[in-house]
Design a protein around this ligand. Structure first.
Ligand code: GLU
Length: 278
């Protein structure tokens, strides 16, 4: 089983990341680290060092060197070019505010709120050359080509069926960022040979569009483990921006990292935290 941990270097890691990493490590005969640093507005190099230090403290050693997405943009370009050649994407000139959510906030339906403003514009190479634009998946065409939304297997044996309503015209590339989360994730999981995608259940809404992209690009189907999220005892979500103690703070407070990682794998959380119901 090849698993991976794919944090975005937009802040210090917290207990939820440790849970995801420990679970992925425990299930993988190979466990890969991928740095998802494609958002130029939020990713910061110093947080990459923080991720490496936190994992080392937990005693979780990735197999091989980390894959860094900002170094791999040619791979995402190639996938996008293929989709362009097949008429499955279209340029979108809508404003940054409309599309800001697509990059590193893969939470929520993938582009389903997009009203389709640019879907049927006539091709205008001059406008494309002069105006910043993104590229969106033409989901209706893509679904037609794929014969529907491919479902997926969960690690516990369950099978999810996607539905067309879960897929929107997701952004696959943006002028200031060469690839969206979805496209880069699909290309990287494929090229890294990931067979089990371990990630939080907050990312489950991303899976239908990623399965569709896998299908369109001819990538094999991984199994998914969308694990329960770590919350505060009162159910509040941990977030990088709230007061959730970082792993750094826990390390400085003298917590034993490897013991913590081992406990997390068994579902045992430190006092004050619990796993959400789903
Ligand atoms: N980079 C994403 C995050 O930190 C995780 C993406 C994934 O595991 O597919 O939320």
């Amino acid at each position: 089983m090849i698993t991976r941990f794919a944090p975005s270097p937009t802040g210090r890691l917290h207990l939820g990341h440790a849970y995801s990493a420990a679970l992925g490590r425990s299930l993988g005969t190979r466990w890969l680290l991928r740095i998802e640093d494609l958002d130029p507005g939020r990713a910061r190099p110093e947080f990459i060092g923080g991720i490496l230090a936190d994992l080392a403290w937990l005693g979780l050693a990735p197999d091989g060197a980390p894959l860094v997405q900002s170094e791999r943009t040619a791979r995402y370009d190639a996938a996008l070019e293929e989709l362009k050649a097949r008429g499955l994407v279209y340029p979108c000139f809508c404003t940054r505010a409309d599309i800001a959510a697509s990059l590193t906030a893969p939470h929520g339906d993938a582009g389903s709120a997009y009203p389709g403003t640019c879907r049927d514009l006539p091709d205008d190479p001059a406008r494309r050359a002069s105006t910043p634009h993104s590229w969106r998946l033409d989901s209706a065409k893509a679904l037609h080509e794929a014969g529907g939304v491919p479902g997926w297997r969960e690690h516990d044996g369950g099978r999810f069926d996607g539905s067309a309503a879960m897929i929107g015209d997701a952004i696959l590339a943006r002028k200031d960022a060469p690839s969206s989360y979805h496209l880069a994730c699909v290309v990287d999981d494929w090229e890294s040979g990931v067979t089990l995608v371990v990630r939080g259940s907050d990312l489950r809404p991303s899976t239908p569009v990623q399965r569709l992209l896998q299908h369109l690009l001819g990538a094999p189907e991984p199994t998914y483990l969308h694990h329960r999220l770590v919350t505060h005892e009162d159910g509040r979500r941990l977030a990088k921006r709230d007061s959730a103690p970082t792993l750094l703070a826990m390390r400085e407070a003298g917590v034993d990292g490897p013991a913590l990682a081992a406990a997390l794998v068994t579902g045992s959380l430190p006092t004050g935290y619990r796993l959400a119901d789903h």
